[in-house]
Design a protein around this ligand. Structure first.
Ligand code: CP3
Length: 373
C-alpha cells in the first residue's frame, strides 16, 4: 500500500513498541550492528535516495549531484525521503564518495548515468599536492549542516543516520582511471610498479576519509559506512598488501568514537576474512555470497549486512519475497541488517521496496516474539 509522507515514520514508532521518544542509540539498527538482540531485523537500502523515487526527481532539479549535496536544505530533504517512503530503520546522508576530493579541488565531476569523472587523473608524485588534508568544517561544512538537520528531524523518531565515505582504494581508482573502470588496469599498475607512491596516495585518502567520517559523527551520525565498492576486483594478496593497511587506518581511527563501522564492497567474497580484520564491526555482503557462508568467512563477533540482489527487485514481488525469505533464513536474526547486495537500481518500483521493508519487519517480528516467549 502506498504510504503518505508521514506514514512510515509513524508506523515505525508504533511497531517498535515505544511511546514518545525512541532513543536513536537503542534503535534496532544500531543494536543489530552491535550484535545485540532486536525486536525485529532492521532494514535500509544502499542508494535508497535517488532516481527510483519520483519525489527525488521532483525535488532534485537539474544540476550536478555535487551541487545538490552543497545545498543542505535540499540534501536534508533527499535524505529524509526514503525514510518517509519506505519506513527504513536508518537514513544515509545524501552526499557522494567523491565529495571530499572534489572539495579540496582535485577536479572531479559526477556525470549522470556515468559516475565520477576526473579531468586530470592522478598520474605521479606531483599530483599528491592536489590532495591537501581535508578540513571538514570549512571544506564540507554543508555536509555537516545536513547531518545536523537530519539528526534533528530523525532523533525524535529513533531513526539513526549513517555517515559515509569512500574507502581509499575505491576513491583512488576514480582519481587514477579518470572515471569508472572495469579492469582498474592503471590503478593496479601503479600499485604494483610504484608501491611507495601508491602508499602515499592511499595514506592521504585514508586521512581524508577519516577526517570526514569523524566530522559526520561529531555532527550526529550514529554509524558510519566505508564504501570500498570496487575492491572486489583485487586478489587476496593485492588487498592484504596494498589496501588493507589504509582501510584499517580509517576504521581503527574511528575506534574511540564508539559508533558502529560498516564496511562494504561488491564481489568481496574472497576478501571477507580480511575485511573482518579491518576494524569493521559490520561486514556488508553483496548478492554473490549467501549470508550464512559470509558469516563463516567473517567469523564471530561481527554483524553482517545484506544481501538481496537489487536486480531481483525488477522481477516483481513473488521473486523478491522468495529471495527475502532465503536472505532472512541465512542471515540468522541477531547481528543481521537487511539490505540489498548493492545499491537500489534506478528502474526499481518504489512500491516493491516499501513492501520489502514491511515484509522483513513482519516476518522477523513474529520469529523474535516466539523466541522470547
Ligand atoms: O541514498 C544514498 O545512497 C545516499 C547518497 C549516495 C550517493 N552516492 C548519491 C548519488 C551514496 C551513499 C553514494 C555512494 C557512492 N557514490 C558510491 C558507493 C556506493 C555504490 O554504489 O557502490 C559510489 C561508487 C559512488 C560514485 C558514484 N556517484 C556513482 C557510481 C554514481 C552513479 C552515476 C549515475 O548517475 O548512475 C554517482 C552519482 C550519484 N551519487 C547519484 C546519487 C543519487 C545519481 C546521480 C544524480 O542523481 O545526479
Amino acid at each position: 500500500m502506498p504510504t503518505g509522507p508521514s506514514g512510515p515514520a509513524e508506523d515505525h514508532r508504533k511497531s517498535s513498541g515505544s511511546v514518545g521518544e525512541v532513543s536513536a542509540a537503542e534503535s534496532a539498527f544500531l543494536r543489530a550492528c552491535r550484535c545485540e538482540p532486536t525486536a525485529r531485523v532492521p532494514v535500509w537500502f544502499m542508494r535508497q535516495a535517488g532516481r527510483a523515487l519520483p519525489e527525488y526527481r521532483a525535488a532534485r532539479g537539474s544540476g550536478s549531484i555535487l551541487e545538490a549535496v552543497a545545498r543542505p536544505e535540499l540534501a536534508t530533504e533527499l535524505t529524509l525521503q526514503p525514510v518517509r517512503r519506505y519506513g527504513v530503520d536508518a537514513a544515509i546522508v545524501f552526499s557522494d564518495i567523491v565529495v571530499p576530493v572534489a572539495a579540496v579541488g582535485f577536479g572531479v565531476e559526477v556525470v549522470p548515468g556515468v559516475g565520477p569523472v576526473v579531468a586530470r587523473p592522478f598520474a605521479g608524485a606531483a599530483d599528491l599536492a592536489r590532495l591537501r588534508p581535508l578540513e571538514p568544517e570549512t571544506d564540507t561544512g554543508y555536509v555537516l549542516e545536513t547531518v545536523r538537520a537530519v539528526c534533528r528531524a530523525l532523533g525524535p523518531l529513533g531513526v539513526p543516520l549513517i555517515g559515509f565515505a569512500g574507502a581509499p582504494f575505491t576513491v583512488a581508482s576514480y582519481l587514477i582511471e579518470g572515471g569508472p573502470s572495469r579492469t582498474f588496469a592503471r590503478t593496479r599498475a601503479l600499485m604494483a610498479e610504484d608501491p611507495v607512491l601508491w602508499g602515499r596516495l592511499l595514506e592521504r585518502l585514508a586521512e581524508m576519509a577519516l577526517a570526514s567520517l569523524r566530522s559526520q559523527v561529531g555532527a550526529g551520525a550514529g554509524a558510519v559506512q566505508l564504501f570500498d565498492s570496487w575492491v572486489g576486483a583485487l586478489s587476496v594478496e593485492e588487498y592484504e598488501r596494498s589496501v588493507l593497511p589504509a582501510t584499517r587506518r580509517v576504521l581503527e581511527g574511528l575506534g574511540d568514537l564508539g559508533v558502529p563501522r560498516i564496511h562494504f564492497g561488491v564481489r568481496t567474497g574472497h576478501l571477507l576474512p580480511l575485511v573482518a580484520a579491518s576494524g569493521a564491526d559490520v561486514v556488508g555482503v553483496d548478492a554473490t555470497v549467501p549470508l550464512d557462508e559470509a558469516r563463516r568467512r567473517v567469523g564471530p563477533g561481527h554483524a553482517v549486512q545484506g544481501n538481496l540482489d537489487p536486480a531481483t527487485c525488477l522481477e516483481g514481488w513473488e521473486a523478491v519475497e522468495a529471495e527475502a525469505r532465503d536472505v532472512l533464513a541465512r542471515g540468522g536474526g541477531t547481528g543481521h541488517i537487511f539490505n540489498l547486495g548493492h545499491g537500489v537500481l534506478p528502474e526499481t518500483d518504489p512500491a516493491i521496496l516499501e513492501r520489502l521493508v514491511s515484509f522483513v519487519h513482519g516476518e522477523t517480528e513474529v520469529t523474535t516474539a516466539a523466541e522470547t516467549g
